[in-house]
Structure formats: C-alpha cells, structure tokens
Design a protein around this ligand. Structure first.
Ligand code: ZN
Length: 204
C-alpha cells in the first residue's frame, strides 16, 4: 500500500501515478488517497477527460460505486486555470488526455500541488497508452496495481478486448474487456488471428 511521504518546512508538490489494466482497482486507489487528504482538510479537486462518459458527468465512479465528485475537462491545460488554491488534485482515466498532460502535471507540482494520476498503462493492443508512459518517467511515486486473470487466476496486466474493433478508444465494461495475464492475453490474440488453432494443437 502507498504511504504518503511526510514533509517538513516548505511544502513542495509531487506527482504520483497509479496505473494498471482494467479492473485492477486504479480508481479505488485514487479515491482512497483523495478521501484521506479530504479528511485532513486539504482542498481536493478531481478531474477527468470529457471523453469518459461511461457513467456520470460529475462523478469519478469506480466499479464498486465508491465515488467522488469530479469535473470533466476537454484539455489538460485547463488544469492550470482550475486549480488555484488546491492542495491535492486527482486525475482519473488519464490515458485519454492529450500528450501535454505530463508537462501540465510538472507545472502543478512546481506550484506545490500533490498530483495523483490514475490511468491505464497499456491499451488493449498492449501498447503504452497516451500520456501515461511519460508520466511514469516524471513521477516521484508509481504504483502498479493488478487485476486477476479471468482464465487462470494469475496476476493480470492486460486489458483483453473480447470484440473485434480496431479503435483504441472503446469505452466499455465487462461485456467488452476482461483482465488477462501475459500468457492468456497472447493466447487470445493468436486464437483471434488464427481461429481453429486450438483444434489443430489438440489433434496433433
Ligand atoms: Zn491467465
């Protein structure tokens, strides 16, 4: 579990990233950290990209309905205008933000703000997702959370898409994606590309 660092004297900002596959508990972890800051009377604000309209326009909603109110914004630069006097900001679904997000987070941290970013580290193709790789390089603290592979029960790092659609941004839930470990993810991709391969293997 992530334990917040303590600071003495002049408070400086920093960047934390919580990343992982779908169903790994990223949003729950973001909310856990934000709620604790709130209890300490710190001014907390949450933002998410406008594209994520799965549930609700003004809430960061995690899969267990443990939610916090949030503001949808269309570009990361808006964060610089909207965070006057804020101690802690949470950014959810950060993978959908523009590539300026890491630089914006740097500026926010330089203002003394604690910036907590949660997002998918890889898309369904297994490719590092949007601004997340650069954020991981720049952050002081990184937490990678894992889901459980639906096939074998090992730790899952991939978001496997069950439907064939090459668009990267397909918002969806359990009908569209499932968490898979490296091996089951690879196996799924091979079977998708070469249907019938499993039968070939069995008969040989
Ligand atoms: Zn597996």
């Amino acid at each position: 579990m992530f334990i917040e660092p303590h600071f003495k004297g002049q408070r400086s900002g920093w960047i934390e990233v919580v990343c992982g596959s779908m169903f790994s508990g990223k949003t729950e972890e973001l909310i856990r950290r934000l709620k604790r800051a709130k209890i300490a009377n710190q001014k907390v604000e949450i933002f998410k990209p406008k594209i994520d309209t799965r549930y609700d326009d003004v809430k960061v909603v995690s899969h267990d309905s443990n939610y916090i109110l949030s503001t949808p914004i269309d570009h990361s630069s808006r964060l610089l205008e909207l965070t006057e006097g804020v101690d802690v900001i949470g950014i959810d679904e950060a993978q959908f933000f523009d590539l300026e997000l890491p630089q914006v987070c740097q500026q926010l941290a330089m203002r003394g703000i604690r910036v907590i970013v949660a997002g998918l580290d890889m898309d369904f193709k297994g490719i590092p997702f949007g601004p997340i790789p650069n954020l991981l390089a720049m952050a002081e603290y990184i937490t990678k959370v894992h889901a459980i592979c639906q096939h074998c029960g090992n730790l899952a790092v991939h978001s496997y898409r069950k439907i064939s659609d090459s668009e990267t941004v397909v918002l969806g839930e359990k009908d569209t994606y499932e968490p898979r470990c490296r091996t089951c993810y690879e196996m799924g991709n091979i079977l998708d590309l070469h249907p019938g391969k499993e039968e070939d293997k069995k008969s040989s």
